[in-house]
Design a protein around this ligand. Structure first.
Ligand SMILES: *Cc1c(COP(=O)(O)O)cnc(C)c1O
Length: 420
């Protein structure tokens, strides 16, 4: 359920006409619905009512300050994977005590930053990382709260690039390694064992893998308890999928039931790290058709947004529905590729599909672009990053201005020695 609908023949975000925003802001831009973000967060959080829980929104899905600030105000915690995300999270108003930090490659600098900030816990992904965290904590004279990320080896049946809980993936540790790591952590003066963590992948569209992963964790928790290592927190990660095309992922309630089943018999606080399911369908990318080009094999609609703006189609061959902003254009469809201006054959937003038969200057909305959209964007081909706009009711505001050419070269210098 989202708030992007046609009204009087024109696509609206809540009560604002997309065309009016395009006129004021230019294209391309990301557009987020405040009501949808709020509703998705509340529906998700509500699915765990009665549990001792902390929902930590996963920053990498959408880390724009306005979006983060909304979740902070709704009482969410934050799941981060870098020092940069920690910085953003603090700027957006998250309490350090509601921030969890995952990721296989935390640097000493990032670990120091997290420890100084006093975050809720660091999810440890390797024995060497544990050593480093202990060392940094010692230097700082603190005890680092940690969880160990376990790789439960369950197949989430998703795209191979976003499955993270298989033996062959780089994330977490197998059961044996995890036990060894817990034992060494237990003996370390500057480590406080808090929890256990797993995250098995993303865009998962059935509930079973989540339950299976937790059942595997449960065995481990019991084994640790037998060795006097109590687990107070179970971080179940994120990964719940959304509908891009015709997927039918579990509703939050069903997901909630699967998590409850998996956790049955475990007396612990649960941490959840949803990303995509909250923001995915709460954002669209609005772009303008620049040219209609008849190729020899097929037609192309060249638009002003490219893979630097929305990478998912190029990276995962991901499906994003493409809708005309003017509803009258929705009925006639044509087999064409919607492509960007980037000099790569992989630069497409939609390929080999029926798309609206649009001409020069028509506006298109690339749907379901709220997650892993702007966060994955780049300046490739020296293209300025797009603007971001948030709508609430009948109001809209630019929450990130479009980059300028000056922004593109900010921080760069031509070395003095080249003048010699
Ligand atoms: C990316 C990520 C998430 C969020 O995943 P979604 O599929 O967007 O819900 C949660 N936890 C960790 C550790 C992640 O890396």
């Amino acid at each position: 359920m989202h708030h992007f609908e046609y009204r009087n023949g024109e696509l609206h975000c809540e009560e604002v006409a997309v065309k009016a925003i395009a006129k004021a802001v230019g294209t391309p831009f990301y557009l987020y619905s405040h009501a949808t973000l709020k509703r998705h967060y509340e529906a998700f959080e509500g699915a765990f009512e009665g549990l001792d829980r902390m929902v930590c929104f996963s920053a990498k899905a959408n880390s724009s300050l306005a979006v983060l600030a909304l979740f902070a105000r709704l009482g969410s915690g934050l799941d981060i994977v870098s020092g940069g995300e920690l910085y953003r999270g603090l700027k957006a108003g998250f309490a350090p005590s509601r921030i969890v930090y995952s990721g296989v490659g935390k640097t000493a600098e990032e670990i120091d930053y997290a420890l100084e900030t006093g975050i809720f816990m660091l999810n440890i992904e390797s024995p060497e990382e544990l050593e480093l965290v202990n060392q940094r904590a010692k230097q700082m004279g603190v005890r680092a709260p940690i969880a160990v990320r376990v790789n439960p080896d369950v197949d989430p049946q998703t795209h191979p690039y976003i499955s993270t809980g298989l033996k062959k993936n780089k994330f977490g540790m197998d059961r044996e390694t995890a036990i060894t790591v817990y034992k060494s952590a237990h003996a370390m003066e500057n480590i406080a064992i808090k929890g256990i963590d797993c995250h098995i992948g993303s865009q998962i569209t059935t509930a079973a893998p989540f339950r299976d992963a937790l059942l595997r964790l449960k065995g481990l928790i019991e084994e640790l308890a037998a060795q006097d290592i109590p687990i107070e927190v179970v971080d179940v990660g994120g990964g719940l999928g959304i509908t891009y095309q015709d997927e039918a992922p579990p509703e939050p309630q069903e997901y909630g039931r699967a998590i409850r089943e998996g956790l049955a018999g475990i007396d612990a606080r649960v941490v959840l790290e949803p990303g995509r399911v909250i923001v995915g369908n709460a954002g669209v990318l609005v772009t303008r058709a620049l040219y209609r080009k008849a190729g020899e094999a097929k037609d192309f609609i060249v638009v002003d947004a490219g893979m630097n703006d929305l990478l998912r189609p190029s990276l995962y061959d991901a499906f994003h529905d493409v809708r005309p902003v003017d509803e009258s254009l929705a009925a006639s469809r044509v087999m064409a590729d919607v492509v960007g201006p980037i000099c790569e054959t992989g630069d497409f937003l939609s390929r080999d599909r029926l798309v609206p038969d649009v001409r020069q200057d028509h506006l298109l909305a690339v749907m379901s672009a709220g997650a892993y959209g702007f966060t994955m964007s780049s300046n490739y081909c020296s293209r300025r990053r797009a603007a971001e706009v948030m709508v609430q009711g009948d109001r809209f505001e630019v929450v990130r201005r479009r980059q300028t050419y000056d922004d593109l070269v900010a921080g760069e210098t031509i070395p003095a020695f080249m003048e010699d």
